[in-house]
Design a protein around this ligand. Structure first.
Ligand code: F6R
Length: 236
């Protein structure tokens, strides 16, 4: 495990963007596992800038996102597909057909989970998985006490996650109660993992994840078992 502590959010974002850019430069047809949430936005902005300057080429890159709310279509402004289009994909020279987000409005959600796992395998698996961490230690939407060997699955969101995400919706009642998420298994199968963490309120959960016991109570603690984990954080 490598831990990079940066002085502020901007330096964290720049480091994360450089890490991702290096991956793309070394392997132009990389499969990137991507996350939503507020933490990666700065890194995404930096990647967009380098792509616009012609320094980074996304034309052969493929992406798979971690998760999506159930019941929200891709054009709903709180769906994760919409978030990714707005904050990254629309500004890159990426082929939209190569960008993947679970379909939250699939008529058969179990079949959608299976399709997603098969898709990840069919494109060769994830080269670099970008992750954030929730206040309760979740990664993707793998909430505390999720089995470590889960594939992509439907989750009932914990109240703490609904509360944390309510800031993006008109009211707490509008926050979906379920989501589709890549499970711990496909996440841990990524060849490299980059965890980005920002804010002093995440310091305790990050410490438990990195130095505490590996336990389903803290889903991110599983990352200790990954053989190529980089953490870039500003939590002081
Ligand atoms: C998002 C995701 C979540 C977030 C986590 C942290 O796709 O999978 O696990 O990474 O909730 O969110 P922020 O960055 O908003 O603190």
């Amino acid at each position: 495990m490598r831990i990079i502590r940066t002085k502020d959010y901007n330096s964290m974002s720049r480091y994360a963007a450089k890490f991702m850019a290096a991956q793309i430069i070394l392997k132009p047809d990389s499969v990137l596992g991507l996350a939503t949430g507020s933490t990666p936005i700065g890194a995404y902005k930096q990647l967009i800038e380098w792509c616009k300057d012609g320094d980074l080429d996304f034309s052969s890159v493929k992406t798979v996102n971690l998760d999506e709310y159930c019941g929200l279509s891709g054009d709903h402004d709180q769906s994760y597909r919409y978030f990714m289009n707005q904050n990254l994909f629309n500004h890159l020279n990426i082929d939209m057909n190569n960008t993947n987000v679970p379909n939250g409005i699939a008529s058969d959600l179990q079949a959608e989970c299976k399709r997603y796992d098969e898709l990840i395998k069919s494109i060769g698996g994830v080269d670099l998985q970008l992750l954030g961490i929730g206040h309760n230690g979740h990664i993707g939407f793998n909430e505390p006490n999720t089995e470590f060997d889960k594939n992509t699955h439907v989750v009932d969101l914990k109240q703490s996650t609904i509360d944390a995400n309510a800031r993006f919706f008109k009211s707490k009642d509008d926050v979906p109660k379920q989501a589709l998420t890549m499970g711990n298994k496909p996440i841990m199968s990524a060849r490299k993992i980059l965890l980005v963490v920002s804010g002093s309120e995440k310091r305790d959960i990050l410490e438990r994840a990195l130095y505490g016991p590996v336990t389903p109570e803290v889903p991110a603690s599983l990352l200790q078992m990954h053989n190529d984990l980089t953490v870039v954080c500003c939590v002081d």
